[in-house]
Design a protein around this ligand. Sequence first.
Ligand code: NAD
Ligand code: DAU
Length: 360
Amino acid sequence: MRTYLVTGGAGFIGSNYIHYMFRKYGDQIRIINVDKLTYAGNLENLKDIEDRDNYTFIRADICDSEAISKIFEENDIERVVHFAAESHVDRSIKNPEVFVKTNVLGTLVMLNAAKAAWELPDGSFKPDHKFLHVSTDEVYGSLEEDGGYFYETTPYAPHSPYSASKASSDMLVKAYMDTYHFPANITNCSNNYGPYQFPEKLIPLIINNALHGKKLPVYGDGKNVRDWLFVEDHCKGIDMVQEKGRLFETYNIGGHNERQNIQIIHIILDTLREMLSDSDPRRALVSDDLITYVEDRKGHDRRYAIAPDKIKAEVGWYPETKFEDGIRKTIAWYFEHEDWMKNVTSGDYQKYYEDMYSGR
Ligand code: NAD
Ligand code: DAU
């Protein structure tokens, strides 16, 4: 039975990935989920699979080399899928240090532990043992409004402390591949949306605020463009890259779904109005009047867009979910998980929200 080590599996994409993998492979695989459980990690995301015999959760910091090495010593890990990171751009602008620690040093710890466990005396690596580093399209910088795409060959030009830290971690993975022939892939993907996303990110924040009749903060002129990808499509892409992709290659994973932020907000408002019945008290709260233009994000990248040509040609992956379907599924999930949202927005979230938005 193949063993996967998933880092950051209690976060948004990681928990979706673990669900996806158990749906796809059932009892044929074993997953060890290593997560520090920061504000973004939530074991509620994994409630329905936590009792499986082929699933283990270990609370550990990826910067803790002893703890991580022990996991490799005690298990024959054949696949690493490395999600764990500080992931929110706005937080990185306020507090960059933890981004460098987790995203850069934590990735180095993961690489060293896997290398030590997998390297054979002649310097080659155990066959069929692979590391996949999950990264972002933000490493490529910002595109002009009127055209162009990010390709795997686009030079790195990160702007935020978050994207600079992710770019550094990508460079470390590339360095390990070039120097040691370490068996890895890098995937750089566009903005994900879907179930279990923490409401600091645009889509769940807008859904939650609209349902409570709270202001919908739009940074700048609202015309920044992101390329939205349904999270389940992303999880499928990661698995396909590990199984069908060429080792040592980078693959960009994008939704082919560019939208301005203000368009996203209007789609969410329209979809909420369609999905809420007239008798639902929340329907009266959902209003375009909640849209509030606020001070722009510092260094706000204008446009991201991926042409996912390489992954389509080499791996056969393409983004299957149309945005109109994905956003309905997402909103339906938030309707069905009101308690999840209540739990994550109590306590520390209130303080975060005040700090981030009161001055805007
Ligand atoms: P998230 O913030 O929802 O989850 C991150 C997880 O990592 C949490 O469970 C957290 O507890 C854990 N974690 C943080 N620091 C840790 C540490 N030091 N040790 C162990 N665990 C730690 O993030 P996400 O949105 O699921 O993103 C996952 C990965 O995908 C990240 O590497 C991110 O850079 C990348 N990515 C995300 C998106 C997106 O749209 N969300 C797009 C492109 C790439
Ligand atoms: O492109 C991939 C990246 O997508 C990932 O690497 C990051 O981990 C992920 O957080 C995401 O980064 P963004 O900064 O693009 O996502 P966010 O949801 O924070 O913002 C999306 C857009 O919406 C961006 O242009 C900023 C804007 N925005 C965001 C918030 C939270 C607003 O206008 N208002 C808001 O309140």
